[in-house]
Ligand binder design. Structure first.
Ligand SMILES: Cc1cc2nc3c(=O)[nH]c(=O)nc-3n(C[C@H](O)[C@H](O)[C@H](O)COP(=O)(O)OP(=O)(O)OC[C@H]3O[C@@H](n4cnc5c(N)ncnc54)[C@H](O)[C@@H]3O)c2cc1C
Length: 382
């Protein structure tokens, strides 16, 4: 039997892949979207959708799908160091908190309505090019036989993890900056319209209100420092260890009750990877550029890269540009838009790691919110 050759295959159905697949299908392309996981699933993420993310969701026709999830609105950021007063910064617009458990399936629904063929529990194991099309080898849950997809174009959206056998392993520049990411939902505490950040030796933890009046807690912890703590390596014990390092956090979480089944972890998380928008094939989202999670803008960057890639993919498939022109124009667009925010994001990450920062902030108290606002703005997409 002759196998179908799709126009385009998008590999990975997180925020970047799902939104990209929708944009491509909206242009009438025969689009397949593949993901190794079954959905819904919990994922390590602060679950804070910045004002920038929201305007992109709107321009992609996705805002209503997200509003239907009844997200919590967020107006301010509050920074809590171990000592001294909290620093409160207004956000440049209205942000929202919504779990990835609900968000990713909502984006899938939108993609399917646009005509995308979604295959979950389908792990991509190899991508090859011959005879003018790509062959995508996959392993599907519950089936011993590998399944092959064919497409005229392929775009990687498989997130930050290194994948052996797939095009373009990330270059890791610095093993010292290796982190573990953990998350859990909690109830029993007041969910304010604020995204809270708590800093301590060896990492930081964010609290964001999400749908249903619960909070999402996500922490990024330096592996070396937190490896030393106890033999119980459960996700909640990592979060408790973080609470012990900041008295304000311990107080805030004292009445919090973890929601069973919402815990997730990811490791290693490398914060100093070189951007890689193209390696044999186009790459969108975290696999292309990963801004330090502290900036709370990873999803907006994932959406922006999808928005930059989609029109070029359409032009390539219509024969208006060559593959080399697609690569050149997409890589250029990514550098133009992302280099500035990425540079400032790395600076912010470095600054937060300085032990003297709380004292500096207190000394600069009269102007601190203005300074902090400017610094945060520098990490944002324009
Ligand atoms: C601790 C932490 C907190 C964060 N907080 C925030 C925040 O508050 N706000 C924010 O905007 N960003 C935040 N981020 C960043 C944000 O989570 C990412 O930027 C975003 O998820 C990137 O989306 P993506 O689609 O590129 O990747 P992902 O969402 O990771 O999606 C990739 C998908 O590819 C699939 N996949 C991987 N390999 C394969 C394969 N071989 N075959 C098939 N499928 C595959 C995966 O299953 C996954 O579903 C945070 C990150 C961390 C680590």
């Amino acid at each position: 039997m002759k196998q179908v050759v799709h126009d385009v295959a998008v590999l990975g159905a997180g925020v970047a892949g799902s939104s990209l697949a929708k944009l491509l299908a909206d242009q009438g392309l025969d689009t397949v979207l593949l993901d190794q996981k079954s959905f819904p699933r919990h994922k390590v993420c602060g679950e804070f959708l910045s004002p920038e993310s929201r305007s992109m969701l709107q321009s992609f026709g996705l805002e209503q799908y997200v509003q239907d999830l009844r997200p919590m609105s967020i107006e301010r950021t509050r920074l809590n160091f171990r000592y001294g007063q909290a620093l409160e910064i207004a956000l440049p617009g209205s942000a929202i908190g919504v779990s990835r458990y609900s968000l990713d399936p909502a984006l899938h629904r939108a993609a399917v309505v646009s005509g995308v063929q979604l295959y979950t529990q389908t792990t991509v194991t190899a991508v090859n090019f011959s005879d003018n099309y790509y062959s995508i080898e996959t392993r599907q849950a519950g089936s011993a036989a590998p399944k092959l997809f064919r497409a005229r174009a392929v775009i990687a959206a498989w997130g930050a993890a290194n994948r052996s056998g797939l095009p373009g392993r990330h270059e890791v520049q610095d093993n010292k900056s290796e982190y573990i990411g953990v998350k859990s939902h909690f109830s029993g505490v007041n969910a304010e319209a604020v995204v809270e950040l708590y800093f301590f030796d060896g990492g930081y933890l964010g609290i964001s209100p999400i749908e249903g009046g619960r909070i999402n807690v996500a922490a990024l912890l330096k592996r070396k420092e937190f490896d030393l703590e106890g033999s119980d390596k459960s996700i909640l014990s990592w979060i408790n260890a973080a609470c012990r390092r900041n008295p304000k956090l311990a107080k805030r979480m004292s009445l919090a009750v973890p929601t069973p089944g919402t815990q997730a972890a990811v490791a290693p998380v490398h914060l100093s990877r070189k951007p890689l928008p193209w390696n044999t094939i186009a790459r969108v989202g975290d696999t292309s550029n990963m801004i330090p999670p502290l900036c709370g803008d990873g999803m907006s960057m994932a959406l922006r890269s999808a928005g930059l890639c989609a029109p070029l993919a359409v032009r390539y498939l219509n024969g208006d540009v060559t593959l080399a022109q697609w690569e050149q124009q997409y890589s250029q667009a990514i550098h133009n838009d992302f280099d500035g925010p990425m540079k400032w994001g790395r600076r912010l990450q470095w600054l937060i790691g300085l032990p003297v920062l709380p004292r500096l902030m207190l000394a600069a108290a009269p102007v601190a919110p203005g300074l902090a606002y400017k610094l945060v703005q520098a990490t944002r997409l324009k």
